[in-house]
Each structure stands twice: as C-alpha cells, then as structure tokens.
Design a protein around this ligand. Structure first.
Ligand code: IPM
Ligand code: MG
Length: 360
C-alpha cells in the first residue's frame, strides 16, 4: 500500500521523537512491502519563526491532501520563549487548535494503559498498581471552552475576561457514537464524564449520551461528575474502560491518566474526523527543557504511528507488530531516562528507536 503522510515535527523534542517514529515506520514498510511517503510541514513555534504565523493556510491544505498527519509537539517555555510575547492567536498553540478545527478532528483517543514492566514507575500505591488498568480517554476536541468566543474588556471600570462554553446536540452525539463504537471493541463500558450538577452544557451532554446509549444495549454506561472522576482515577483506575468527555475535562483527565502510567512519554493519541483521516501525536508536550539532548522518550510517538496504521490505514497486523516491539524492549529492560529504574538499562531517544525498529 502507498500511504502519503504529512509529518509535522514541530518544536522542542518533536523533531527527535518523530524521527524515531519514522524509523519504525520505515522498518514496517520494509517488512510488509508498503511505501510511506512523507511530506514535512511546519506548525507551532518553528512556523512562527519561518512565516510569522503558527500555521499557514498552505500547510493546512497540504495536511488535508495527505492520508494522515503524524505530529510531534509544538510550543516552548511559556515564561521565557519570545513566542509567548505574541498575541494569543499567533502563539504556537493557536496552530494546533486551528489544524484540529480545519481538519474536523472532533474525536481524540488517548489510551492509558499500565505496562506491567512499568509498574514501578506508577506513582500510585502498590495494591492499586498491581491491579493494572487499560482505559481509553475519548475527548471531544473541536468544541467547548477552547473554541468558544472569548474576550477581555473593561466592564464598569473592572477588567473582565469572558470565555464561552457551547455544545450543540450534534457535536455531543457524534463523539458519543464514536465512544460507544470504541467501547464495543473493548470491554463494553462507557463512563461519561460531565459537571451536570452545575453546567447546562453538561446537562445536554448527559441527555444526548443517554439517547445514544439506547442504540448500544450491550454497553454498560454510567455518568460520573468530573471532580469525582479525577479522584477515581487515582483511587481505582482499573474501573475505567472508555472515558467519554468534553474538551477541557478531557484535556485535564488525560494528563492525569497519563501520569499514572508512569510517564507522559508513553501515551499515544489519535484525533479523528468522520472519515479514516486522522492526526496522530504523543499526548505529552514539547518538553523544551530536554529538547535537542537525545533524551526524550519516543515511545508515545511510535505508538501514535501504530494507531495511524490501525485507524487510518487498516493495517492491524503492522500496528500489532509495533506494539509488540515496544512491549519487547520493555521486557528486555531498556528504558529512556523518564522511566529508568534500578536494574534497567538507560538508552537514548535514538537508541530506543533503533531497538524498537529492529524488533518490528
Ligand atoms: C493537549 C494540549 C493542547 C490542548 C494545548 C497545547 C492547546 O494540552 O493536546 O492536550 O489543550 O488541547
Ligand atoms: Mg493537554
């Protein structure tokens, strides 16, 4: 199969981790007889430096023309980088929000699973870590607070900032359907997370999720308030299968879920639209403090490439091969610095990429 992949390496550790994912993809191509064509695009701080904006319309058009997008990370240090002196709509993050919206990527899948080899890196109590967990955070990605109108202005002599949180029933329904569809392929449980005791948008969310649930009689579902969910994630993460939630709650809960896996450097993600098209990126950020030092953990990006093969290209066995190779290097005790512990062997970002590529 010939696949055209737009590659956005981005800022910080982005270029390092994406190069390792490409190395692994090339190993897959060689073994299974595929051709992966890459077209590199700029987004984030590097695009600001080159073009004055975090994402050009041309880059959007090229991304749209590709079959899938593989992304590293964007952004820099928010206190020291000159990018953060720019108006908000010209900062690196605006590029990411724009590409999500332009490509219609409303469904964000963030799988959080505890590898038994990494139990020692899990910050939870041993009796909780021993039970393990394997959940899929399904975050709505193109609505809610992050896309509502916002302004800061003086009202009656007082500086006031306004952000608006809007959801319509169609936006809720399409992500709920994706969530229940994914649950059908997993352990058939959906936890829909909202703040329906306070917010109207959450009350509508609940109502629509209940309607969608009727079409999935095999799926057990429950509603959970977001504050309780944040607590349950550290108390009993094994209870979760699919966690279905709106944009901001999903942003926060997915960072929490990733931390209990041991390292945010392990967490892949897929952002999908109504078609097979998707953008695949590690859940973690650009980590400017370790950028350019060949220290970053490329596993999240490599696993994101596996998700790309699975969801966009229907290459299940190739995706399985990457996931098995990742598992294998962990069994063989190779670790990047974020997950290293006594008795394991420290390797660099590029060594980790080599080890995984060799095992594909
Ligand atoms: C994420 C990030 C982004 C988000 C930022 C960088 C805009 O935190 O992908 O979770 O909030 O969506
Ligand atoms: Mg986030």
């Amino acid at each position: 199969m010939i696949c055209n992949i737009a590659v956005i390496k981005g800022d910080g550790i982005g270029p390092e981790v994406v190069s390792e994912a490409m190395k692994v993809l090339d190993a897959v191509a060689a073994k299974y007889g595929h051709t992966f064509n890459y077209e590199q695009l700029l987004m984030g701080g590097c695009s600001i430096d080159a073009h004055g904006v975090p994402l050009t319309d041309e880059a959007v058009a090229r991304a749209k023309a590709a079959d899938a997008v593989l992304l590293g990370s964007i952004g820099g240090n928010t206190s020291t980088s000159p990018w953060y002196k720019l108006p908000p709509n010209l900062r690196p993050e605006a590029g990411l929000l724009k590409i999500r919206k332009e490509l219609g990527l409303f469904a964000n899948l963030r799988p959080a699973l505890l590898y038994k080899e990494l139990k020692g890196a899990c910050p939870l109590k041993e009796e909780i870590a021993d039970k393990g967990f394997d959940m899929m955070i399904m975050r709505e990605l193109t609505g809610g607070l992050y896309f509502g109108d916002r302004e800061t202005k003086e009202i009656d002599g007082v500086m006031t900032a306004i952000d608006t949180l809007t959801y319509n029933e169609n936006e809720i329904r399409r992500i709920a359907i994706k969530g229940f569809d994914i649950a059908m392929k997993r352990r058939k449980k959906v936890t829909s997370v909202d703040k329906a005791n306070v917010l109207d948008s959450s009350r509508l969310w609940r109502k629509v999720v209940e309607e969608v649930a009727k079409d999935y009689p095999e799926v057990t579902y429950e509603h959970m308030l977001v504050d309780n969910c944040a607590m349950q994630l550290v108390k009993d993460p094994a209870q979760f299968d699919v966690v279905l939630t709106e944009n901001m709650f999903g942003d926060i809960l997915s960072d929490e879920a990733s931390m209990i896996t041991g390292s945010i450097g392990m967490l892949a993600s897929a952002s999908l639209n109504e078609t097979k098209f998707g953008m695949y990126e590690p859940s973690g950020g650009s980590a400017p403090d370790i950028a350019g030092q060949n220290k970053a953990n490329p596993i999240a990006t490599i696993l994101s490439a596996a998700m790309m093969l699975r969801y966009t290209f229907d290459m299940d066995k190739e995706a399985d091969a990457i996931e098995a190779a990742v598992q294998q290097v962990l069994v063989e005790n190779y670790r990047t610095c974020d997950i290293v512990s006594e008795g394991t062997q420290l390797v660099s970002c590029s060594e980790m990429g080599d080890l995984i590529a060799e095992r594909v």
